[in-house]
Design a protein around this ligand. Structure first.
Ligand code: GDP
Ligand code: MG
Length: 670
């Protein structure tokens, strides 16, 4: 025996547990592979007894001793070993009672909406009683069949309404009247009922057989002929419900209501709601509504799983990590979701299913699109980072061809980007990475320009260091021997040095893919830096201490040595004063040479290149270079400094003079 459910209770309220009960009966996932059967008939005609016998169900049966009506509302059970739901419907007692009639109509509507087979249970002696309870019921069934299934059939819905099998069970058959006679009588009655049913305008000519199949079986008296009763029920079970190949098989697909099992509970609930509230009920509309409801529900369950599926990649992609498996995860998750949806939803009305599937695809893609956008952004960043890294690594090696390195490297990273972006672009979307690709190309150009600028700067600094070293030497030599062409010598050598540096710069810079225009512009920077270095060296060589020392030695050379370079031994006859004055004047004269960098030969004047904006676009210009004042730099000693130097020098010279004087005096006194 299987569990049972009071699907419509005494208060005519629909059960909350149908869905879970269907689960328990393991029918929820059976798609269309199940059937529903209902039984109708007067009270206490052994309906429940029969159902239990036929299907192993557990419906309440009237207790002989009490004889009270047992079945109230509608009960549901699952048949043993058959995917069949059996509904035991409260019977009427055949009298014209208002409340009964109302429920009879409602239960007929409800049962017919779901059941492919209606068992009509009756005593043999009720056959031919046209006014009997079952006949009223049959009329109701036929009427509601029109309103429920056929209402929409002449609109765009071309599908034929499902047929219903009316299986008459004639109880307590005495075998005096053969089944065929009973069949004729009943068929006649039913045809009469059919004729009396008011039909929709366009269906006045409709035949009963278009909508109903009729079949009839007899059952012997259960108490008087128990063995025959058992045999016959066994035969019915087998021929009508078990053996698919039997010609009497009742559970034919053409009777099926096409409500997927997973939607049955919702469907029945809404049907009952309409019925109970006396609202118009047409099944095609209900089926479409059910399709929408279920497809939405399936889609939302699917989406939940889908979201869980992608959660592991969502975070990392969003925070900027490149997730290599993203494409696969997105495709798999989408495929899985659609398969999951299709698996259940395909049984629902195709237009609804198609539309809901489209919506599902849309919402999947709406979810995936930001991941795509983030990943494309991550790819862009990765491409640029890797390009930079590779460029710097490759440029560290001594022998590189800048233009080749840039070309190869940028091509490689652009290709990688395109490949990986393609990999995550789902088919059938309008997703595009073209804009990012264009940006990437621009960025790669910027990076290589930056890199070239760094390389140019490196080159300039290298050359500048050589210049500093060489200039350091000749500046010292030249300044140590002040002469009228002292600056000519300094600048002469400086210019020669620059010529060499320029040639070298030109050659190396052109290897960096620079245009001549760029080289020319940046050469200015090289020259300015060279000048600054030279000028720093001059400054150093013109420090107070060095100059003072230099002046002193010039003076001493002149004062202590004669014209032939022989050290003087002072004699009283010497005009020390004159020699002193001479040497002093000579030295002070030379001091003037240090005032400013001024060659005698105009051609030796260094032409300091002015800074212009074009350089800034190519390389970074140092602050010093930017604010440097060439004109001021030509000035070496200020007036005050010169005067101060002269004064200090004079003191030194005076001391030497005094010492010389003193040496003469002492030689006389000896
Ligand atoms: P229901 O109200 O139609 O569901 O009838 P029940 O199955 O509850 O049975 C009503 C009464 O009829 C019970 O006392 C049964 O024992 C009795 N009964 C069951 N089957 C038969 C039958 O085939 N013939 C007769 N005469 N009585 C039956
Ligand atoms: Mg009963």
């Amino acid at each position: 025996m299987t569990s049972r459910l009071h699907v419509i209770n005494e208060e005519k309220i629909f059960s909350n547990n149908l869905s879970s009960q269907l689960n328990q009966w393991q029918l929820s996932n059976s798609g269309f592979n199940y059937n529903v059967l209902s039984v109708f008939g007067s009270q206490s005609t052994g309906k429940s007894t029969l159902l239990n016998k036929l299907f192993g169900t557990s419906f309440d049966v009237m207790d002989e001793s009490q004889r009270r009506q047992t079945t109230k509302g509608i009960w549901m059970c699952k048949a043993l070993d058959i995917p069949l739901l059996v509904m035991d419907v409260e019977g009427t007692d055949g009298r014209e009672r208002g409340e009964d009639q109302d429920f009879e109509r409602k239960s007929a509507l409800f049962s017919l909406a779901a059941s492919s087979v209606l068992l009509i249970n009756m005593w043999e002696h009720q056959v031919g009683l046209y006014q009997g309870a079952n006949m009223g019921l049959l009329k109701t069934v036929m009427e509601v069949n029109f309103s429920m299934f056929i209402a929409n059939s002449n609109s765009d819905n071309t599908e034929k309404p499902p047929k219903t099998l009316l299986l008459f069970i004639i109880r307590d058959h005495l075998a005096i009247t053969p089944l065929d006679n009973l069949r004729t009588t009943l068929t006649n009655d039913i045809e009469n009922i059919w004729n009396s049913v008011s039909k929709p305008e366009n269906l006045t000519e409709a035949n009963l057989s278009d909508y109903f199949d009729l079949d009839f079986v007899t059952l012997p008296h259960k108490v008087l002929q128990p063995e025959e009763f058992d045999q016959q029920t066994l035969r019915i079970r087998n021929n009508y419900f078990s053996d698919k190949d039997s010609k009497e098989f009742a559970l034919k697909p053409e009777y099926h209501r096409k409500i997927p099992a997973d939607g049955l509970s919702h469907y029945l609930e809404t049907i009952w709601d309409k019925v109970q509230n006396n609202k118009d009920l047409d099944v095609p509309t209900q089926q479409e509504l059910l399709a929408q409801y279920r497809c939405d529900e399936i889609a939302s369950e699917t989406l939940k799983i889908f979201h869980n599926r992608i959660i592991s990649v969502k975070k990392p992609v969003e925070i900027g990590k490149f997730v290599p498996e993203l494409g696969k995860v997105m495709r798999d998750a989408e495929k899985e979701a659609l398969e999951m949806f299709d698996d259940i939803a395909f049984r629902y009305a195709k237009p609804v299913y198609d539309k809901k599937r489209e919506e599902l695809v849309d919402s999947i893609r709406t979810t995936l699109s930001p991941l795509y956008i983030s990943q494309v952004r991550n790819l862009h960043k990765k491409a640029i980072d890797n390009f930079k890294k590779e460029l710097h690594t490759r440029l560290k090696s001594d022998s590189y061809d800048f233009s080749n390195v840039v070309k190869e490297s940028s091509q490689h990273h652009i290709e990688t980007f395109v490949e990986q972006a393609n990999e995550i672009t789902l088919q059938g979307t309008d997703w595009s990475y073209i804009e990012t690709l264009e940006q990437l190309k621009l960025d790669i150009d910027t990076v290589s320009a930056e890199c070239r600028s760094e390389e140019l700067l490196k080159l300039i600094k290298q050359l500048d260091r050589t210049i500093q070293k060489e200039a350091g030497e000749f500046v010292e030599v030249c300044l140590n021997h002040p002469d009228t062409d002292m600056w000519d010598k300094v600048l002469g050598r400086f210019n020669a040095l620059l010529d060499r540096s320029k040639t070298s710069y030109n050659m190396k810079a052109s290897k960096l893919n620079s245009t001549q225009k760029e080289i020319d512009a940046t050469t200015g920077s090289l020259l300015r830096r060279a000048w600054i270095s030279l000028r720093n060296k001059i400054e150093e060589q013109c420090s107070e201490a060095i100059l003072l020392f230099r002046l002193r030695s010039i003076f001493e050379d002149k004062f202590r040595y004669d014209n032939k370079g022989i050290p003087r031994v002072w004699r009283p006859s010497d005009d020390i004063e004159l020699i002193y004055t001479d040497a002093k004047e000579h030295t002070l004269q030379l001091l003037k040479l240090y005032r400013s960098i001024q060659p005698q030969d105009e051609e030796k004047v260094f032409s300091y290149p002015q800074l212009d904006d074009t350089v800034q676009d190519i390389i970074r210009v140092s602050d010093e270079e930017e604010s440097y004042n060439y004109e001021e730099s030509l000035q070496v000693l200020g007036e005050a400094k010169e005067a101060q130097l002269a004064a200090r020098f004079k003191k030194d010279a005076d001391a030497i003079y005094v010492e010389a004087k003193r040496s003469v005096v002492s030689s006389i006194s000896k």
